[in-house]
Structures are given as C-alpha cells and as structure tokens.
Design a protein. Sequence first.
Length: 356
Amino acid sequence: MTGEGVALLAVTRRGAAQMVRLRAAWPQAELWLPAPRAREVPGAMALDGTVQNLLPQLWTSRRGLVMGLAVGAAVRLIAPYLQDKTRDPAVVTVDETGRYAVALVSAHLGGANALARLVAEILGADAVITTASEGVGLEPLDSRLAELGYRIDNPQAMAALMTARLDGQWVRTTCDPELVKWAIWDGTGFAAQNAPVPPWAYTIRLSVRQRPSPGAREVLVRPPALVVGIGCVRGVRAEEIASAVQEAFQFAGLSVEAVGTVATIDIKREEAGLLQWARSNGLGLRFFGAEALNRVAVPDPSDTVHQATGAWAVSRPAAMLAAAGGPLLLDKWKTAKVTVSVAVKLRPDDLPATGT
C-alpha cells in the first residue's frame, strides 16, 4: 500500500510522531499536523485551525482517515458526518503510544479492518477489530460481495441478515436460472440451498432482472454477469450511450446494476465516448476483430455495418462472444447512434467451465 487516498491527522506531538512513522511507509498519504510541527516534517500540511475545520473536506474526498487521537475524541469529531457504512470512509484511530490501532468506522465493507491491520503492522501495534462476524470467524458477506464486484440493491438489509447468521439462523440463496454458477462461493458461509429447511430467516436473491422492491427479509444482489454489446457511430457521446443502454434495459426488464462487461469491435478502442461511459461505470471492456465477430451467425447481417467495420454485425456477436456461450437476453435495441445487445455469462471469469 502506498497510502493513496488516505489522510493522516494528529494534534499532539506524540500523536504526530505515530503519523510520521506511517507516512514514512506510505509516501502518497497526506499528513496533516499543527503548523509548528508541520514545519518540521517535509511534505506535511499545516492544519488551519483545528481538525474539525478540515474534516468536512476530507470526509467526502478520502477513502481512509487515520487519526492519532483517543477513540472518544475521534468519535466526537466524526459524529456529525456519519451516514452509513456504504458511504463513510474507513476511520482508524491510533493512541499516542502507538500501542493500538482501532478500526472505528466502516470496519469491513469500508476497509477500516484491513486499514487497522496495516497500521498495526507498521507501528508494531495491536489491531483492535470489534466486528462481530470477524470475532467468531464468520466472513462478512457485504465485503466479500464487494470484492467480487457484486452490488447490493438494499445494503441496509445486510446488517440484519448478518445478525441472523451470527445467531445461527438459516439464510438461503435463490437466483435467476442463469446465475446458478454465480451463487456459490467458497468461504462465504452460504451457498444456493435446495433442501427445504424452513423457516428461512433471510433470503439472498441474485438477479439480473428488474424486480419489485425486495421484502423486509430479502437482500437483492446484482452479480456482474451481464455483457452489453455496443455498436455505435463514430464520435458518439458517453451520454448518448448511457441513454441508449438505459432505454434498452428498461425495455428488456434488466438491471444495469448487473452489468460487468462491455463488448464491441476492436476499431472502437479509441472511441472516447464509449471509453468514458465504461470507465465511469467501472466496467470491463472486451474488443473483438471483425473476423471473430463474423464467425457468429446473425439473422440480419447489415451491408452498412459491413462497409464501415468489416463485420456483418457488432453488438450481438460481441455480446455473445464475451458471454462465452451464455444466452442473449436482449437481441438488439437501436437508437439513432447506438445499438445495444445484452447477454449473460453463465459463470464468473475465474470459475472453470467444469466448476461446480
């Protein structure tokens, strides 16, 4: 770790000494110290007034805060800014002697547990992790799902689900028929359940389709299983692609939250609007040559597309190739500048074809 996106703060001399040690290990971390001390430390930034004045700016722009403060002092400082663990930065406190690194806010999902362990390793301190699931050796599902790129429609229900698991209650997983391979993870403590063992305390539902609001005891999870095949004119804007995809998904009853990959022809590698749209949504990109696309049979080959690209079609064969044999869920949706097709991968990329 280089410390990028992490701010180190202290107000006392001994607290500052601990933050300086961390900065030595994390050269890209920001180091904020009272003005007299900041002048003595190369690269340190001087606090203008108090930490409280700086905190609103850091709270919304940094992914992690490490404070050389007592837990009580840190709690009082951050209390006005707390929202929820999906939006709050990871916050770790370090006592003045450097003995403890306490994961204070956004423990597992926001990364504070991991950050506390890193801080403890550098300082030779003890990491204080109080998350209930980790205390009993039960992997937190929300952080595990986030690592896998799965999105949760109603994250507020996950805390209650985890409590149910800690209490030994049954939690089942259900999924769209195409997502069976996406519903099994080693080490997460749950898998797709077939045995009728009611009553279920909670249900984890994996789906790529638009659904009514989940029930009070249901967590709706979107795996990145959908591939969006895109054909577009030269110079298309990102906003035009976003609008076409939104229209297509609305028509097909699919959730854009379940998109993981964008696929198109290789001559679009430098198409700025397409690249911008994919990057802004955190999507992977797959490019295929015209020869590969032409090996996929399509019912309505286009002379116009062939003259422009060398391929008889783009969006549909690109989606099918990137989905590695998964079915088409949307054949083709056209606007003036964009063509959208959608296929679903039958398994994650890192799961072998012969996997469970």
